[in-house]
Write a protein that binds this ligand. Structure first.
Ligand code: MSP
Length: 524
């Protein structure tokens, strides 16, 4: 079995995390948790991006030091990820001393190799992007198209990176490796941007930006925040220009780097060029997700519509994050924009998690108790040669195929499709009717099929809903953890003969939001 190394974008800490940041980290976490169910050696890196003019300015406006601002907000990101059960292996901060030291060495190596040179320059800098903009890309009013702010005119002597030298190799790489940019439709945008690519400024004078990593042999210059930021993906593994660590050799190149569509240029053009200049292999896939809006409107401080993950948790009095994780993953097709609204959230999780999946388990376990005293006799166990078993096995294949293409929303839909099949099966076979007619063997076989299906569903859904899946596993009297199930080993007929449950142990795995019970819990 092979390794799997996944990274996320590292978040600017000039504010607190919102559900757009959360969307990305949840997507990354779902991918990682799925691949942990299929591979032996998985490593998950996330982090915070703590340098640059934006952070310097925010700190100044609050009358605190940049480091104080970073510490305060990095803590909020950590807490938010803990609340969402983000199972990262490492959270890097670009203010970590070992990271800063390696960034200096990387810059030095590029400089020593002749990829970086000094040049006087006048340009337009957008602090929102932390990037110089090409006048061609501005709006008619001369604003940054992403941040709708007027970029600042900057005239200084900076270090420049010979991006143009790598242009042809990058174009060739994108064309020869269709899996490099995912979803594939984004590749054209990148190829268009590459048409106009020029060398880029990779440092700022200390007078204009002082919060950052200084160039080692010229501390009048501060290293460009994107060299600093992008390097995190290798410094976190202990990359060193002289002596790459064991971790680096084991995990690099990354299998997938999850980012938002707005930072595609940095990851699909600048990053490959830096790696080529360092003579390092490129990541296998850059996976760009879409943008999350609130009630169809872009989230922004000025509109006052920024929602934090904990706002959702508090509004619905959720004790664990599964419903939110699940909703975020299904609200948009892979790579496309998605929307959050309280109403959509409530309706979707009630439909899928409470009605479709939760009720199915609940009804079936209750029937098992009512008709068979919670007992599964050896003759109740069905063979894998029945339609439901086949659909279950087929769903595992489909889910794996979706994940191989990093299609997280579509994979969830495959699981829901299967639970629809099982719900229909229960309604069609009506085990309560079979019991009434005294057809106990048939009734028992139907219930067994449903319980086995629930075991499959819980295992496949565990990356999205680790807590609910675990609850399902416990109610199915399983001793293994749902998140640890190896999907390749999922076999039909493994619920053994014996007592599976008793009345007192059966409880809903997910309460309908705003149901009376949830409402009561809220009041309590
Ligand atoms: N610091 C840079 C990334 C450096 S990576 C070496 C940055 N930070 S950010 O805080 O602005 O964004 C972090 C991630 O969150 C990005 O991938 C970005 O696309 C994502 N999102 C920020 N707002 C978002 C939404 N509203 N919706 C979905 N993702 C969004 O860019």
């Amino acid at each position: 079995m092979t390794k799997f190394y996944l990274t996320t974008a590292i978040d600017y800490v000039n504010g607190a995390p919102h559900i757009g940041h959360a969307y990305e980290k949840i997507q990354a976490d779902v991918l990682v948790r799925h691949f942990r169910q299929r591979r032996d050696d998985v490593y998950f890196l996330t982090g915070t991006d703590e340098h640059g003019i934006k952070i310097q300015k925010t700190a100044a406006s609050r009358g605190i030091t940049p480091k104080e601002l970073c510490d305060e907000n990095a803590q909020k990101f950590k807490e938010a990820w803990a609340g969402l059960d983000i199972s990262y292996d490492k959270l890097i901060r670009t203010t970590d001393k070992d990271h800063e030291a390696i960034v200096q060495k990387i810059f030095q190596k590029l400089k020593d190799n002749g990829d970086i040179y000094k040049h006087s320059y006048t340009g337009l800098y957008c602090s929102g992007c932390e990037s110089f903009l090409n006048p061609r890309d501005l709006t008619e009013d001369g604003l940054c198209p992403d941040h709708l702010k007027k970029p600042e005119e900057v005239k200084e002597e900076n270090y420049f990176f010979k991006l143009s030298k790598y242009k042809d190799r990058i174009i060739e790489h994108i064309k020869n490796n269709p899996e490099f940019i995912q979803p594939e439709f984004r590749a054209n945008e990148v190829l268009n941007q590459l048409e106009h690519i020029e060398d880029i400024s990779v440092s700022r004078s200390k007078e204009s930006v002082n919060w950052g990593v200084p160039v080692a042999d010229d501390d009048s210059q501060i290293i460009y925040v994107w060299i600093d930021a992008l390097s995190n993906y290798i410094t976190a593994l202990g990359y060193d220009t002289e002596n790459p660590s064991e971790m680096f050799k084991r995990y690099w190149p990354a299998d997938v780097q999850v980012i938002g569509k707005d930072i595609m240029k940095f990851h699909a053009i600048y990053w490959p060029a830096f790696l080529m200049a360092l003579d390092l292999p490129l990541p296998k896939t850059i996976l760009a997700h879409g943008w999350i809006t609130i009630d169809q409107t872009k989230m922004s401080k000025s509109l006052g519509n920024v929602i934090a993950p904990k706002d959702v948790m508090e509004t619905f009095n959720l004790s664990q994050p599964d419903a939110f994780r699940y909703f975020m993953m299904v609200t948009a097709p892979s790579g496309k924009d998605g929307n959050y609204s309280d109403l959509d959230f409530k309706e979707r999780v009630n439909a899928d998690l409470a009605n479709n999946i939760g009720n199915l388990l609940n009804r079936t376990l209750n029937m098992q108790v009512k008709y068979f005293d919670g007992e599964i006799k050896p003759e109740f166990i069905t063979s894998s040669d029945n339609e439901i078993a086949k659909a279950a096995m087929q769903t595992v294949t489909l889910v794996k195929e979706r994940f191989d293409k990093y299609e997280v929303a579509e994979a969830a839909q495959e699981i829901v499709n299967f639970s629809n099949i099982v719900n229909k099966y229960v309604n069609d076979t009506a085990p309560w009717g079979l019991a009434k007619e005294g057809k106990m063997q048939e009734c028992a076989n139907v219930l067994y099929n449903v319980l086995e299906s629930m075991r499959f569903i819980a295992a496949m859904l565990a990356p999205y809903t680790p807590n609910i899946s675990q609850d399902i596993y416990e109610q199915l009297n399983r001793t293994e953890k749902a998140v640890d199930v190896k999907l390749d080993n999922l076999k039909w007929g493994e619920i053994p003969a014996g007592k599976i449950t008793e009345k007192e142990k059966i409880k809903p795995v997910f309460l309908r939001l705003d149901s009376e019970i949830a409402g009561a819990a809220k009041k309590a």
